[in-house]
Design a protein around this ligand. Sequence first.
Ligand SMILES: Nc1ncnc2c1ncn2[C@@H]1O[C@H](COP(=O)(O)OP(=O)(O)OP(=O)(O)O)[C@@H](O)[C@H]1O
Length: 355
Amino acid sequence: MLRNGYGNSWSASQLKIESSETRRLREEYSNAAFTGFIGKSPEILRVLNLAEKAAQVQSTVLICGESGTGKEVIAEGIHLAGERALGPMIKVNCSAIPETLLESELFGHEKGAFTGAIKNKLGKFELADKGTIFLDEIGEMDIRMQCKLLRVLQNKTFDRVGGENSICVDVRIIAATNQDMVSLIAKGEFRADLYYRLNVIPIYLPSLVQRKTDILLLAEHFLHKYAKVFNKSFSGFSEEAMRLLLQYNWPGNVRELQNIVERAVVLTDHSRIEASDLEFDSYNRIEKSKPNPIYQSIVQGELLTLEEYEKQIITAALDRFGSYTAAGKALGITHKTVAAKAQKYGINFEREARV
Ligand SMILES: Nc1ncnc2c1ncn2[C@@H]1O[C@H](COP(=O)(O)OP(=O)(O)OP(=O)(O)O)[C@@H](O)[C@H]1O
């Protein structure tokens, strides 16, 4: 007879059944681990290959990439494809929890440790025992907490807030960030020693525009998904709709694409998604239509008269192109008009040498 950590006793035959059932479940999880992660571009195949390798070991993984690129999906896949799949996966968004609460959130606290600590509380690390802890937005973690996390990585133990005994847990750490960690380190906002401890297996998730070949594949995937959810039926996207999807710059990456397709599925009355059904996020449309500093100065700064803007444009074009003819060609006016405007605005330009 054997006893597990909870004091239950198992006979040898039960253990055998358990282990074959466990093996079956683990295989099932492992086979399904990355199936929801859509993409066939070489960049994504590289990510999947790396993530599958990471799942086979216990090393710490740091997943970097812009918001909405699928960092959390990859972290879940690594957990499910590995030997901890049947254990818990505990997620902590390090930026969403106020600094003062994060320590007790991660490491737990003892009753009476601080005002309001009316009973013992298990921290996320204890809850993740035999499983994985996913530390999202790690770049936002307060610098004092970084020091405490480093200690956990070094010693594999920690103390509950107000606790006296060190606690040892068996947890695999996967961290993620959408920040440029190297520049955070350069600014002194992230500890280099913690970064190196976390960055044992780095996985970089490319933005959607860096893997344009996945856009239509993802769009089709979400179309099927939401058609099923909302019990509708579609024949696909029109040519024009596909062209728009490919042209857009996707600042919100896959999350934004998912939202736009969901919105189109819900709101359209067509049996095919048309360009007019695709409502791009207005915030991003503004970002996109903010082409240059002149736009910014008009929107946010001191407004100049139209003539003053014209003077700046003519001056800049002459500086850039070096002649009335070339500047006029670029601006779509004749060289005579450029010369006249230069004279009108008193722009100092040596006509003779540079017509
Ligand atoms: N390759 C993909 N295939 C299918 N769905 C995806 C893919 N990538 C992302 N998604 C979906 O997009 C949404 C955002 O993904 P996720 O939360 O993993 O991004 P993230 O990089 O962790 O974002 P953030 O940095 O903002 O936390 C989720 O709903 C996820 O299911």
